[in-house]
Design a protein around this ligand. Structure first.
Ligand code: FES
Ligand code: FES
Length: 255
């Protein structure tokens, strides 16, 4: 697997990059190196000298024969990040490129603002972009950790958690949210089925379940009960049992 580690100069990023490389993955590592400036500003220094990234990468390759592709890059520079993702075409991204909240952010108000800007802009995910930038609030933000499925959307026809996709990763790709399932005038058959079976209580999980069901039926129009359970296993409902949701999927499949 090709894996991009953002924040690779950090105390988590570098060991993770080495671990993944040692496990046989092709690793690309990126960092702005700004952490070193933050540490100087705070007067904090490591007990042992930390080598430069080019030296670390060269030493790793000399020791193991495994190259790591190194990029100096600020994740807040979205154009540069987009270019990196196009260049490296990673199968997965590990994102450690956030700034510690203290003590740097406590030096002054401008330091606090810099920290906030860095950590918000540098981690802009697809869910945030859809809801806050494009005015599409159908996809819900519940866990922001890929655990609940409330943010499910279709990315080039594949079901993904929008909270786990960087906005720049989606640039140029086809995104369908729950708002885009219907034909404009009417509801999508899956939406109708959820209404008809009363498979909704607070509705927070419903957009994700509807998108996940639509994706399932697109690939498999007549799923078995086990296939329905498997397909919806990533979508959590906090209100109800799942029987009516299950009934809705069955109803939609039969229409
Ligand atoms: S908000 Fe994305 S999986 Fe929960
Ligand atoms: S209906 Fe409330 S979370 Fe599912």
């Amino acid at each position: 697997m090709r894996i991009l580690v953002l924040g690779a100069d950090g105390y988590l990023g570098w060991p993770t990059a080495l671990h993944l490389s040692a496990r046989g993955h092709d690793v690309a590592a990126a960092d702005s190196l700004v952490r070193r400036r933050w540490d100087r500003a705070c007067g904090t220094h490591s007990l042992v000298p930390i080598s430069t990234m080019p030296r670390r990468v060269a030493r790793w390759e000399a020791e193991t024969g495994r190259p790591i592709s190194w990029h100096r890059l600020d994740v807040c520079d979205l154009q540069a990040l987009r270019s990196l993702i196009v260049t490296e075409s990673p199968d997965a991204v590990v994102h450690f490129a956030e700034q510690r909240s203290a003590p740097y952010s406590m030096i002054s108000a401008p330091h606090a603002i810099e920290t906030q800007v860095n950590n918000v802009v540098g981690t802009l995910n697809l869910l945030f972009a859809l809801r806050e930038r494009f005015g599409l609030p159908g996809s819900k933000n519940a866990c922001e950790q890929g655990e609940c499925g409330s943010c499910s959307v279709l990315l080039d026809g594949e079901l993904v958690c929008a909270c786990l996709v960087l906005a720049v990763q989606a640039d140029g790709h086809d995104i369908v949210t729950v708002e885009g399932l219907g034909d404009g005038d009417g509801l999508h058959p899956v939406q109708d089925a959820f209404v008809d079976t009363g498979a909704v209580q607070c509705g927070f999980c419903t957009p994700g379940l509807v998108v996940a069901t639509a994706a399932l039926l697109e690939h498999n129009p007549d799923p078995s009960d086990d296939e329905i359970r498997e397909a919806l296993s990533g979508n959590l409902c906090r209100c109800t049992g799942y029987q009516k949701i299950f009934d809705a999927v069955r109803l939609a499949a039969g229409r």
